[in-house]
Write a protein that binds this ligand. Sequence first.
Ligand code: NAD
Ligand code: WQD
Length: 342
Amino acid sequence: MTGGAGYIGSHTVVELLAQGHEVVVLDDLSNASAEALRRVGEIAGRDVELLEVDVTDEAAVLAALERARPEAVVHFAALKAVGESVEQPERYYRTNVGGTLNLVRAMDAVGCRTLVFSSSATVYGAATQMPLTEDSPLGATNPYGWTKFVVEQVLRDVAASDERWGVALLRYFNPVGAHPSGRIGEDPRGVPNNLVPFIAQVAVGRREQLTIFGDDFDTPDGTGVRDYIHVVDLAEGHVAALAKLAGGGADGDGGVRGAHAWNLGTGTGSSVRQVVAAFERASGREVPVRVAPRRAGDVATSYANPARARDELGWVARRSLDEMCEDTWRWQSGNPQGYAAS
Ligand code: NAD
Ligand code: WQD
């Protein structure tokens, strides 16, 4: 697993270990802490091997795969800050696209051709027709989004060139929440870009108030609507996708080859104000807000049609917005400074 020390990766390691898989993590720790994996080991009752590898280093990626000899790879390692990608596009393409090319080459060299890739609903660009299905038109509105768009195309082309490849393009909607133990969660460096980590830091007293980016959208209360999905549901989606590619899927059929996109979302949208209200209920704390103009590039509404993942992977998101907020609060209140204190 590349990027396995990060937010979604650490939660996915927990679910894979619970299913009896063995996991080796490749991560350069540029946006993560080794402490997260130590705690994953605590939760799972088993240690997780970490190889400190930068995916842009082709030789190091190959050496790591020769050591790990994986049956399948889950590829999370990427840079993900939209605003930063506008300032530093070359760095984003090098890490997200170049890193994936290094990985594909190394996988081919060690004879492993089963890959689960972290794509994103960002590949639907500025689409306005909701809900989004896997056949909705693709595009992007910033360099980060283009890196996901390009990698998807690379992986479709690779899979088309050699029928031994099986690739899952998992398009996540808005991952939030934390493991119910409260031991691992999202620990952004600096000012959080995303809504729920920002709200959590306001509730715990690290920041004064939330800025709502626009309340004049064409939505029920005027604030932006998104499809928030619990990170543990998302982690379970990776287990289901791996089973499908490896031939142990819910329907017990042979391993699926080729490249396939699956939306991982709940199918339900929530507005910024609804999320704030849910977080206040979960935390018992007031979350002061102020309204500012819209953030550049934000669409009014985005939510998934998750039917294909339900039908083909046998996976559905089961956890509610209230659980997402309760689990985020357990993590944030128990670890007000994230992993830093450890
Ligand atoms: P994260 O930053 O917590 O995890 C990414 C991990 O990759 C980190 O552990 C980081 O240290 C590692 N990494 C970064 N550059 C690396 C490099 N050059 N070499 C090796 N490791 C490197 O982010 P996350 O939220 O867990 O996201 C995981 C994946 O999911 C990313 O590909 C991201 O683009 C994608 N995604 C995230 C979201 C979201 O909102 N969180 C939504 C859709 C898709
Ligand atoms: C959610 C809503 C904001 C912060 C981004 C990326 C996307 C994907 C997930 C990786 C919007 C509003 C936010 C704040 C606010 N990442 N908001 N005040 O923009 O849907 O998606 O993360 O692939 O590519 O673009 O998520 O959490 O930033 O915003 O009012 O301080 O909250 O306007 O309506 P977004 P988000």
